[in-house]
Design a protein around this ligand. Structure first.
Ligand code: GLN
Length: 388
């Protein structure tokens, strides 16, 4: 018998995420993979051993819906110490299988058909599908070159009575831009005047450089009361494959969030939660070292490329470095990324994929979350490419 099954996916047309495309291409061509953002080194040994210990000691059944209480408590202590935010661990914190699931739950809990969500252009590639799947409409506001600042007047211009939410992401993927106090002031004014929810993707919270501070929305009680703030253990502990993050939000928002989370994942990996709770308790200062650690990598990578034909843009945060390649090639960025992978053995991310309206520019994204040897090897290949 022969069946012909016809479906139209609700996301038809969005294709495969660029991270999968480029990491596969890196593998196929044996290239150094500076595309998808993940470290090529392991997280702390104690943390990895703690997971094994908890698997060995029988922490292998479902965790409670919101998370293991010891971890919820440690998260509340952490956001209290870092951002001065008092979170009730039982009512305001949810541990999720990655920040991506948290973003999806926050959108699904709040966005109804026809609701508008303000998203900056460029934006990380999961935001818009999450909005669309819930019947929402993403309203893109372009970030301003060359430093990818937010033009708040343009935000005001797109606010309507259907605007339900603004999605923020600082430090910003793919540009590395970070929010400043003036951004916070503008956000305060707009969100309170129009009663808008905020979804703040802060997975790179610890990767802010040059002595700047991360301005979590949790620092500002008037913003925190309307925000879902999303964080990542994968980024902080160099374990992106563990898929574990968390969301901090006021009790009513958390309740709505849990209403969705219970039917998507129910709960999150149990032994990982016990291990993270131990690690946070025993090494509460670990994340304070991260900015210095990654800033050294950023500076090394930038020094190594200083005499290459790539023009490096500022990277005030994240583990990404943008580079303008107009002195190397006229190819559009997707083709350029494929060419660089194939011909020079370095895989990168073309940033046009993060835009609704990509501007005329030739910019790619490197991930510098790599061992020094990897960065040196990649930079040597890149510096050998002739400029025009
Ligand atoms: N956040 C990572 C990046 O920007 C990728 C995560 C993923 O592959 N889904 O590269």
């Amino acid at each position: 018998m022969h069946f012909i099954v016809n479906i139209t996916s609700k996301l038809s047309g969005s294709g495969t995420t660029i991270f999968t495309v480029m990491s596969k291409m890196a593998q196929d061509f044996g290239a150094i993979n500076l595309s998808q953002g993940f470290p090529d080194f392991d997280g702390p040994l104690e943390l990895r051993e703690a997971v094994a210990r908890h698997i060995g000691s029988g922490h292998n059944q479902y965790a409670p819906l919101a998370g293991v209480s010891g971890l919820l408590e440690q998260i509340a202590i952490k956001v209290g110490a870092l951002y001065g935010y008092t979170a009730n661990p039982e009512r305001q914190v949810v541990v999720t299988p990655g920040a991506t699931e948290a973003i999806y739950c926050a959108l699904t809990a709040t966005i109804h058909p026809g609701d508008e969500v303000i998203v900056f252009d460029p934006a990380y590639d999961t935001y818009e599908p999450g909005i669309r799947l819930n019947g929402g409409v993403a309203r893109r506001v372009p970030l301003c070159a060359p430093d990818f600042r937010i033009d708040w007047q343009r935000v005001r211009d797109v606010v309507t009575d259907r605007t339900r939410m603004i999605m923020l992401n600082s430090p910003h993927n793919p540009t590395g831009a970070v929010l400043g106090e003036q951004d916070i002031e503008a956000l305060r004014e707009i969100s309170s005047r129009h009663d808008i929810l905020l979804l703040s993707d802060e997975v790179y919270e610890h990767l802010v450089f040059d002595h700047r501070e991360h301005l979590s929305l949790l620092r500002y009680p008037d913003l925190a009361e309307r925000s879902f703030c999303v964080f990542s253990f994968g980024k902080t502990y160099h374990v992106t494959g563990w898929r574990i993050g968390y969301c901090v939000a006021p009790p009513l928002l958390t309740e709505a969030f849990l209403g969705i989370h219970q039917f998507i994942n129910f709960s999150t990996n149990t032994p990982l939660q016990y291990a993270l709770a131990d690690f946070l308790r025993e090494r509460p200062g670990y994340h304070l070292e991260l900015a210095g650690f990654y800033q050294r990598k950023r500076d090394l990578f930038r020094d190594l490329l200083a005499s290459s034909p790539f023009r490096l843009l500022p990277s005030p945060g994240t583990f990404f470095q943008l580079a303008d390649y107009s002195r190397v090639s006229d190819l559009p960025d997707r083709e350029f990324a494929a060419w660089l992978t194939r011909e020079h053995g370095v895989a990168v991310i073309p940033i046009s994929v993060f835009y609704e309206n990509p501007p005329e520019q030739r910019i790619i994204r490197f991930c510098f979350a790599k061992n020094e040897a990897t960065l040196r090897d990649a930079a040597e290949r890149l510096a050998a490419i002739p400029g025009r």
